[in-house]
Design a protein around this ligand. Structure first.
Ligand SMILES: [Mg+2]
Length: 306
C-alpha cells in the first residue's frame, strides 16, 4: 500500500489528477482510459501520413491495458492507420476509428467486431462511401492549389497546413460540398473534415464504452475531442470519477484547454502519465480479485466522485 500512496503522490503533487487516480486505482478493473491519437499520442506533423506514436506510447497502452478495465484509442483516423502506428499493443486495447464508425480490438489483423459498435456497413456504407468520393473529387478539382485532400474511406479531410491563408476558402468549399453530399463538416487543426451525418462522435463512443466503469479519463488535443470531454462531464454527474486531459502544444485550441481538468505539455508527457498509471495500478492490492468488467451485476455502481 505504501507503494500505491507513494506513486499517487509522485504523479499528482496536488493537482486534479489526485482524486481521479485514487478512485481509479481503488478498483483498476473498473477504470477506463480513452485517448485520441494525433496531437495526443503523436506530435502534429506537416503531412498526416508522417505521424508516428510518441516513443513508448504503444508500450504504455499495452501495459495499461493489462491493468485497467478498458483502454481505447479514439481517433478520427481509420482503424488501419491506428493499427500500423500502434503495433505491439496486443489484443486488450480497443482501436476506434473514424469517430466511432470503425472499431477493432487489438492491433492484430482480422479482429473487426462490427456487431459490437454502431459501425457503418452494407448499403449504408456504400452510399456514404460514394458521397465521400464525390466530395473528395470535387475538392481536388476546386482550384485551391495548396489544398491537400486526405481520403479516409468513410470521411475525407481537407488540409490547409501548408497555406493557412487558404482557411476561409477551404471552409467555404467544405460547406458547399456538405450541402451537396449530405456529409457533415467537422473543424480540425489546419483542416476541415467531411463525414457522414450519423450522430456518432467521440462523445457517443466514450458514453457507450464507459458502461460499468467507475473512473473514466479522456485525453485529447483538438476541438474534435470536445464531445468526448462533454461525455466525461456527463459521467461525472452520475458519480463516476472523471478526468479530462488536454495534451498541449502551440496549436491547442483555447476551448480545449479551458474544458480540461489537466493540461500536459505534449504527447511525451501523456505517455509518461500512462506509464505511471499502469505502474500504480500494478502496485495496487485491489487490482487482484476484483470482478472483471462486464461481469453480471456490473454497472456504474456506487458514487465515487472526484
Ligand atoms: Mg488529435
Amino acid at each position: 500500500m505504501a507503494d500505491f500512496e507513494e506513486r499517487v503522490a509522485e504523479i499528482t503533487a496536488d493537482n486534479p489528477l489526485e482524486g481521479w487516480l485514487k478512485a481509479a486505482l481503488a478498483d483498476p478493473r473498473r477504470a477506463g482510459v480513452f485517448v485520441d491519437f494525433d496531437g495526443t499520442l503523436s506530435d502534429i506533423v506537416a503531412t498526416p501520413d508522417e505521424a508516428t506514436a510518441a516513443p513508448g506510447a504503444a508500450e504504455a497502452l499495452a501495459s495499461l491495458s493489462e491493468r485497467v478495465g478498458r483502454v481505447a484509442v479514439v481517433s478520427g483516423r481509420p482503424v488501419s492507420y491506428l493499427v500500423e502506428r500502434l503495433a505491439g499493443c496486443g489484443g486488450a486495447i480497443e482501436l476506434i476509428g473514424l469517430y466511432g464508425m470503425e472499431a477493432q480490438s487489438g492491433t492484430d489483423p482480422g479482429r473487426d467486431e462490427p456487431g459490437r459498435y454502431r459501425s457503418v456497413s452494407g448499403p449504408e456504407r456504400e452510399r456514404w462511401l460514394a458521397a465521400v468520393e464525390v466530395a473528395a473529387g470535387e475538392a481536388e478539382d476546386a482550384g485551391i492549389a495548396s489544398l491537400s485532400v486526405e481520403r479516409k474511406s468513410l470521411s475525407v479531410a481537407l488540409h490547409y497546413r501548408s497555406d493557412p491563408a487558404a482557411a476561409p476558402a477551404v471552409r467555404d468549399l467544405a460547406g458547399i460540398l456538405a450541402r451537396r453530399t449530405g456529409l457533415s463538416v467537422h473543424q480540425g487543426k489546419m483542416s476541415v473534415e467531411l463525414a457522414p451525418a450519423l450522430g456518432i462522435d467521440k462523445g457517443t463512443v466514450v458514453s457507450e464504452r464507459s458502461a460499468g466503469l467507475q473512473a473514466v479519463m479522456f485525453a485529447g488535443d483538438d476541438v474534435g475531442d470536445l464531445p468526448a470531454f462533454r461525455a466525461v462531464d456527463r459521467l461525472a454527474t452520475q458519480g463516476i470519477a472523471a478526468l479530462k486531459v488536454a495534451v498541449g502544444g502551440a496549436e491547442m485550441p483555447f476551448e480545449v484547454m479551458r474544458a480540461a481538468d489537466v493540461v500536459l505539455d505534449g504527447p511525451a508527457a501523456l505517455v509518461e502519465l500512462l506509464h505511471a498509471i499502469a505502474a500504480s495500478a500494478g502496485a495496487t492490492p485491489s487490482s487482484e480479485g476484483s470482478a472483471p468488467l462486464g461481469a453480471p451485476g456490473s454497472g456504474p455502481g456506487s458514487a465515487r466522485g472526484t
